[in-house]
Design a protein around this ligand. Structure first.
Ligand SMILES: Cc1ncc(COP(=O)(O)O)c(C=O)c1O
Length: 381
């Protein structure tokens, strides 16, 4: 027997009571019973997004939400600035190029946050940019981009949007959509929302809805104006992800009860504990200047294959963490602390890392990482 633990940055564990609620007999989506659930979930999602705008629930993964923003807000030939500091920044640009947009690639070194002054300089050079597309948390590098600072570049300008992939940011750290003037905010169900994959949540500002009125990109399934109209009737254009919406309603009630501020504190405590642990183990943080509270990345010691290490932690120790992609393939490990993750999940992850490092011949003083984490985790008790 081997007990399994899921500590990757998505999908994340689903709380038992949420799984049970989603396992209840299927209901038809065009019924007053489901409409009530759908409307409640969408209403409570406004609390999560910190917005008065509608939050649209799409049957898609997070990438679908990103694509919906591109196809509903822009037209072929429009110029967008893409902050590309990792795999997901790159994805923004690929989606935009697929629909014929002109992409101004604003490259950011992996593991670093975008510098708002550099972004401002790019905007000044490239006059007719319609939007900045960015991640809040670039999960592939475990770095957070400074959304509040970036929002100062777009707020108050009618001709420029800030579209934020908050897929590992929303419900992890503060991203007050209305207060900061974020024009498009996206998340996915399988991250901080503690649900299985399959639901994308998207909200647009008034300014973005004006762009949506002009957009000429081809689209069919992801038609946000149509979804907004349907939401007013407590339904969706096509069959919604019924079970996930039922789960979403439950999770949002739980998050509301906990309070967003406490939710952010919870993530921050686990994040700081994990950072302290990897440092105590002598590992170098991959995003030292701008670590996101969603997951922590560390370079594996010289001579160890990170891919094999992650595989061993999963197959030998039962703990699923994440490795690296592209230039960091085989070089890093990432430990998630978002969603339904608590003190002892974090301790398990760190403890498994210590044991696996020893298995791979690295000199590890057992308990050193765990103890460093415990010092911080104690703040919660
Ligand atoms: C920051 C970020 N953006 C986009 C995605 C893609 O989301 P999905 O796999 O749900 O399509 C992910 C998934 O890990 C992510 O972390």
């Amino acid at each position: 027997m081997k007990k399994k633990y899921l500590l990757a940055p998505g999908p994340t564990p689903v709380p038992e009571h949420v799984s049970l609620e989603m396992a209840l007999p299927m209901v038809h989506h065009r019924t007053p019973q489901f409409s009530q659930i759908f409307a409640e979930a969408a209403e409570d999602a406004k609390y999560l997004f910190q917005t008065k705008q509608d939050v649209l629930l799409l049957a898609a993964t997070g990438t679908g939400g990103m694509e919906a923003c591109v196809t509903n807000l822009f037209s072929p030939g429009d110029k967008v600035l893409v902050i590309n500091g990792g795999k997901f920044g790159e994805r923004w640009g690929k989606i935009a190029e697929t629909y014929g947009l002109k992409v101004v690639w604003h490259k950011v070194e992996w593991g670093q946050a975008a510098d708002p002054m550099d972004v401002k300089a790019t905007l000044e050079k490239e006059k007719d940019v319609k939007a900045i597309l960015t991640q809040a948390s670039e999960t592939s590098t475990a770095a957070a981009h400074p959304i509040e600072e970036l929002s100062k570049l777009t707020r108050g300008r009618d001709d420029l949007l800030l579209i934020v992939d908050g897929i590992t940011g929303v419900g992890v750290f503060d991203l007050p959509m209305d207060k900061w003037g974020i024009d498009g905010l996206i998340t996915g169900s399988q991250k901080a929302l503690e649900l299985p994959p399959g639901l994308a949540l998207v909200a647009l500002s008034e300014k973005a809805w004006k762009f949506a009125g002009q957009s000429k990109c081809p689209r069919f399934y992801f038609d946000l104006k149509k979804e907004r109209k349907n939401l007013a009737d407590k339904t969706s254009a096509y069959t919604p992800a019924v079970s996930l919406v039922i789960g979403l309603r439950r999770v949002l009630k739980d998050l509301k009860e906990e309070g967003l501020e406490n939710v952010f504190k919870r993530h921050n405590r686990l994040a700081r504990a994990t950072r302290a642990a990897v440092a105590a183990l002598g590992l170098e943080n991959i995003a030292p200047n701008a670590p996101a509270d969603s997951c922590t990345g560390a370079f594996v010691p010289e001579g160890i294959d990170g891919g094999k290490l992650v595989k061993s932690i999963r197959d030998d120790f039962g703990v699923t963490l994440a490795g690296g992609q592209d230039q960091w393939k085989g070089k890093i490990i990432r430990i998630a602390h978002l969603g339904y993750v608590d003190t002892f999940d974090t301790i398990i992850a760190i403890s498994a890392l210590e044991m696996a490092l020893r298995k791979f011949g690295h000199k590890v003083e057992f308990g050193k990482g765990v103890a460093a984490a415990q010092e911080i985790l104690m703040e919660g008790y």
